[in-house]
Ligand binder design. Structure first.
Ligand SMILES: NC(=O)c1ccc[n+]([C@@H]2O[C@H](COP(=O)([O-])OP(=O)(O)OC[C@H]3O[C@@H](n4cnc5c(N)ncnc54)[C@H](O)[C@@H]3O)[C@@H](O)[C@H]2O)c1
Length: 435
């Protein structure tokens, strides 16, 4: 199949490279010249495990190409995927569809008859209908519009794309169904479940999935607070409930609250859709509030662990990205945490294995260190914010030896309390009472 991908970000680049790897002919289009120039030189715009070699291998075989020119990118394409950003609109949290509609209007001018236009971006219910309308208004008559939401996780994006739990396709006509079936044939042959639904259902399924995961995280975070108050251990509680097949063990890790480019904006967008439909979604609304409050409260938690005053004290922050194996800083819990500490007069030294470049654009007045131990040098406290693998195997004696104070705040529950205490550290985790 000949495929065009409009938008070459996390989703567009990973999807494009994987489709090419399936044997399709893919052209990735992006307006960002620096990004496309870089890709022509083999430079990845994002940090994602395995991406560079996948992109290079498929580019060398001429199955994966890059351009800033939409007409060139969509020439002869049977399917055009839209994978541009849909950020939360300032003020009301509605998904901002400016980039999607702009791409559709540009596409209308150059697409071939019979093209299947597929939204891979996360878009609110009814966006497919609006895209159809735009295409008709622009004089296009022969086309299909389908929804194919993407469920990949940053940090494991390629594995997720190639071995998905499911593929959801919202297609209203046979042509769109057939084209998408053909595109996903290699996964179909691997027995990945492909769910064909109505287009609106597919659009909503993506939001429902992310909202449910956000609820699960917030649920265990609130149980963690309760554990702290009653001397119970949230990790044991999570294991105790997670072994129940009806509940499942994933997304039950208590921590500093969820961030990233998806959960925060998608929960808000779901609430907007619900508002417009006149249907209250109290659980999701509360989840958003619980998570926002939690992220802000993390600075206070660190300050409390440090005796209530951080003025002039040095805090080492380990991990800045919103989760491990990515350099994505969007809505990262490290942001309100560090800003909260700075506001209270702390000096912050931070280290992240890959997100420094992105983090430098966000933080003012902090120092970046080249590794965990130099961040910890002369620190009064060390705070683990992102559970990178390399923070799981720190030499705690060495860490404690480098520090001035002895406070370890482990917001990801990476270390057992006794291990930290043996190294002479005063340990504070999440949801771990004194038991
Ligand atoms: N990042 C994830 O983990 C993830 C997972 C699933 C779904 N999604 C959804 O996928 C969509 C894309 O997310 P992302 O993280 O890849 O975004 P991103 O910001 O990394 O990439 C979007 C890209 O689109 C480009 N673009 C914008 N308008 C364009 C146009 N008219 N023509 C060509 N290029 C254009 C931008 O320059 C940018 O490179 C969003 O709707 C997001 O919610 C993201």
């Amino acid at each position: 199949m000949r495929i065009a991908m409009i938008g070459t970000g996390y989703v567009g680049l990973v999807s494009g490279a994987c489709f090419a790897d399936f044997g399709h002919q893919v052209c990735c289009v992006d307006k960002d010249e620096a990004k496309i120039d870089g890709l022509h030189q083999g430079k990845m715009p994002i940090w994602e495990p395995g991406l560079e070699s996948l992109v290079k291998a498929n580019a060398e075989r001429q199955r994966l190409t890059f351009t800033t020119e939409l007409p060139e990118g969509v020439k002869d394409a049977q399917a055009v995927f839209i994978a541009v950003g849909t950020p939360a609109r300032r003020g009301d949290g509605h998904a901002d569809l400016t980039y999607v509609f702009e791409a559709v209007r540009e596409l209308a001018k150059v697409m071939a008859p019979g093209t299947v236009v597929v939204t891979k971006s996360t878009v609110p219910v009814g966006t497919g209908d609006k895209i159809e309308q735009i295409l008709r208004d622009e004089g296009v008559t022969d086309f299909s519009v389908a929804s194919n939401p993407e469920f990949l996780r940053e940090g494991a994006a390629i594995a997720d794309f190639k071995h998905p739990d499911r593929i959801v396709v919202g297609a209203q006509d046979e042509r769109a169904q057939e084209v998408l079936k053909e595109i996903y044939r290699p996964l179909f042959l691997n027995r990945a479940p492909i769910l064909f639904t109505g287009r609106r259902t597919a659009e909503l399924t993506k939001y429902a999935a992310n909202a449910f995961l956000a609820v699960k995280i917030s649920f265990i975070n609130e149980i963690a607070d309760l554990c702290e108050a009653v001397d119970a251990d949230v990790q044991d509680v999570a294991r105790g409930i997670g072994l129940d097949n009806r509940i499942g063990p994933k997304f039950l890790h208590a921590g500093p609250g969820y961030g990233g480019s998806c959960f925060p904006k998608d929960t808000l967008a779901l609430l907007q859709t619900a508002d417009e439909a006149g249907i209250d979604q109290r659980i999701v609304r509360t989840t958003v509030q619980v998570n926002d409050d939690r992220k802000v409260a993390m600075a206070e938690r660190v300050i409390r662990a440090m005796g209530g005053d951080v003025g002039g004290k040095r805090v080492a922050v380990l991990g800045l990205a919103f989760k491990p194996n990515t350099d994505d800083m969007r809505e990262a819990p490290s942001i309100p945490l560090i800003n909260g500490l700075l506001e209270r007069g702390a000096e912050v030294r931070a280290f992240d294995p890959v997100a420094r470049e992105q983090a430098e654009k966000i933080f003012k007045g902090i120092t970046f260190s080249p590794d965990a131990y130099s961040a910890a040098a002369d620190a009064d406290a060390v705070v683990i914010v992102t559970e990178w693998d390399e923070f799981r195997a720190l030499d705690l004696d060495k860490l404690a030896g480098a520090m001035r104070g002895k406070v370890l705040v482990d917001l990801r529950n990476v270390y057992p309390r006794d291990e930290a205490e043996e190294a002479g550290l005063s340990y504070s985790g999440v949801g771990r009472g004194a038991v």
